[in-house]
Design a protein around this ligand. Structure first.
Ligand SMILES: O=C(O)C[C@H]1C=CC(=O)O1
Length: 84
């Protein structure tokens, strides 16, 4: 996810607070398994564990920052050599 949030956006701090709460709720529920900052960029690399594409779509669509994001989605499958 690449974020392009205008610095002077009205309500910016409230939007960021909602994003924080939304993402942390999903992390606690296990749906948002990993959240990493891409060093040097206002971007993250995330791993989601959701039932299907519709659930992923809903999760992403409801991100408070969604209107200010560019999101690339890469489906992952279990690797046969993984010990997890
Ligand atoms: O900061 C970001 O990368 C955007 C977004 C993802 C989680 C969150 O709290 O904000």
């Amino acid at each position: 996810m690449d974020v392009d949030l205008p610095a002077d956006l009205p309500g910016r701090e409230e939007l960021l607070a909602r994003e924080l709460a939304y993402s942390q709720d999903l992390q606690r529920s296990g749906a948002w398994r990993h959240l990493w900052r891409i060093a040097g960029q206002y971007s993250n690399l995330s791993v989601f564990d959701v039932a299907d594409n519709d659930a992923l779509h809903d999760l992403l669509w409801n991100l408070p920052l969604f209107p200010f994001m560019r999101i690339d989605v890469t489906p992952l499958a279990h690797h046969p050599s993984s010990i997890d």
